[in-house]
Design a binder for this molecule. Structure first.
Ligand code: 6GU
Length: 228
């Protein structure tokens, strides 16, 4: 998979992809993440990327030209499955969206700033608009990092234990059960006996019960579209 990210703050994205799972995924050639500085594509003398909004009002708008030229130059090289705009007024991200995007080959992500990008970019280039939750960030970069992470870890071969992505919270609309590791007793706090029993079917049954109980308590909304 290849992901091209368009931003006016490329340095914000240096960190998130340089470590751990995302770094290894790139080294193994399972994904390629390219950051593009939108300012590099501005044809204006001052490398302008934003301007006042028509109709007046506070806040700048990101201009069409630099972003359109960047997208078109990328499209000359390859076909893109989705052009995603990260924006608080997009569709709220959930696991099913991550699962779907993890099957794609080429993605573009556009990080918005200020009042956002000129609506004509959304009308003519953008194919998907995503928000990562009901709160406002100062720009789309951190949201793009979240989205990339959530997608890349699902690509086969990226995680050490491939089954572990399948047992995440949300993967079956249930929250994950509690987990324990050694020692079996610490400070008098014991690990549930069932986990030490070696009885795998009973352990699985217990985990499922715990998942359902936790989901009922914390996220009853998830149980409305349960498919177990
Ligand atoms: Cl995608 N962008 C910004 N600026 N804020 C957000 C968001 C995105 N998702 C939630 N809040």
């Amino acid at each position: 998979m290849r992901i091209d990210i368009l931003t006016i703050l490329p340095r914000l994205l240096d960190g998130p992809f340089a470590d751990s799972i995302l770094q290894r995924a790139q080294e193994k050639g399972l994904c390629e993440i390219r950051i593009h500085n939108i300012r590099d594509y501005s044809t204006s003398r001052q490398k302008q990327v934003d301007d006042y909004q028509f109709g007046g009002g506070a806040g700048m708008v990101m201009m069409i030209q630099p972003i359109a030229d960047c997208i078109e130059s990328l499209q000359k090289e390859r076909a893109y499955d989705e052009i995603i705009y990260l924006t608080p007024d997009g569709e709220r991200l959930q696991q099913s969206v991550c699962n779907g995007l993890s099957l794609k080959k080429n993605l573009i992500m556009i990080c918005g700033h200020y009042k956002g990008i000129d609506q004509r970019l959304r009308d003519h280039y953008v194919t998907k608009e995503i928000s990562i939750g009901d709160y406002v960030l100062s720009g789309g970069e951190l949201a793009a990092a979240v989205l990339v992470d959530s997608i890349i870890r699902l690509i086969p071969g990226v995680m050490n234990d491939e089954t572990s992505a399948l047992t995440d919270s949300f993967q079956d609309n249930l929250l994950a059960p509690p987990v324990y590791t050694r020692p079996a007793e610490y400070n008098g706090w014991k690990v549930p006996d069932i986990l030490l029993s070696g009885n795998t079917p009973k352990v699985e049954e217990w985990r499922m019960e715990q998942s359902i109980q936790k989901t009922q308590q914390r996220r009853p909304d998830l149980l409305d579209n349960l498919d177990v």
